[in-house]
Design a protein around this ligand. Sequence first.
Ligand code: SAH
Ligand code: SF4
Ligand code: F3S
Length: 434
Amino acid sequence: MKKAYIETYGCQMNVNDTEVIFAILEKAGYTRTEDIEDADLLMANTCSVRDNAEQRIWGRLDYFNSHRKKGAFIGIVGCMAERLKDRLLDTGKVDLVVGPDAYRSLPRLLAAITPDSPQIDVLLSRDETYADITPVRTDKNGLSAFISIMRGCNNVCSYCVVPYTRGAERSRDAHSIVREACDVFRKGYREVTLLGQNVDSYLWKGADETVNFAALLRMVAEISPLLRVRFATSHPKDISDEVIETMAAYPNICKHIHLPVQSGSSRMLEKMRRKYDRQWYLDRVAKIRSIIPDCGLTTDVIAGFSSETEEDHQATMSLMADVRFDWAFMFAYSERPGTLAHRTMPDDVPEETKKRRLQEIIEQQNTISLERYRAQIGKTFEVLVEGPSKRDPGQLCGRASNNMMCVFPARDLKPGDYATVTVTDCTSATLICK
Ligand code: SAH
Ligand code: SF4
Ligand code: F3S
């Protein structure tokens, strides 16, 4: 057997794609290795969402080239492969370029590859969902599995490269999703995360049935009360009352919603083509909290998008102060070639201003996160035991339903058990429990 080494960048969907790629590579006679020097095939599954994501990968490509054993091939797959196509081959550093919808051609491409004839397939598809492929799980503890329920994206947020790298949105056969979730549960997994760029627009039409996201959540939640269900990412314009009510109805659907807001300014949201405004977002949050009072809530924010004024920035700050997210992923705007914003909206906020606004956003959020975590002291949670805590191997760790990480003294508990803990202290990212 030959050996394949894959590094994964970008979102959780890419993590799951790497698992699909390993499954496809098995058919071509490759097993997985975590040792770069031993690999016959070195691949990076890449991300294009921001320029710094791509810069990191260029650096890794040079590293790959200096560490490959004789005769080994180097591949770039994923979003950057799709965006740059044969420009990657022109660098002379890459033997294989494969886009997110073309992984089934890997065995054919690998059979054809020689040092003088690199191979490429970056065709996007209207219907590929890899529904029939059983991913080779790469998680460390055999507990928590990612399951892609859809691919691509039909929104055209003006700043975003994803619709160009991932193609049109398509939903995967609901029964294949349930089968995969059942299969991992039988293998001992206790948590599945259903993945899509916009899970609320999931819609699968079978011969005589139509399944929306709320119905899919019910189907997966009913597999077993011991199987936790998580999902990401929700879109504020599409998250429905039915989804929120479904979450409330099933104890094993985790009470956490990742709801990227991007900006608190309605003028920015309009330019970003997010199709909601500040008030709509605040109303969705109010609805979530009225149905699930303790729902964990996290978000994504972009600082310094085209033409953003100090007033727009303050609108983001005040929205975040009002909503009080548990946690946020915060980014400086990075102009992406080919997007609507790149074509029609100048990247005109000076770099120092972007950095300063981002810093203000981060500092405010750090304070809020600490307060949100502190507010949990005294509460009791059920956690899914993951294993030893990273910081202190004498302690165990596991997440509460609201996605907060809990650390607690080791008893005779093993990964996959559920434990009831009481919060006694915290940091801005961990609950310390007994
Ligand atoms: N589908 C998800 C987001 C996917 S990309 C959604 O619609 O919310 C993940 C995050 O990267 C986005 O939420 C956004 O905050 C950020 N992002 C996307 N494009 C970006 C860009 N050009 N510059 C900076 N951040 C960006
Ligand atoms: Fe990008 Fe918008 Fe699609 Fe999210 S919904 S992936 S931000 S285009
Ligand atoms: Fe990045 Fe592609 Fe995911 S651009 S964020 S890896 S969909």
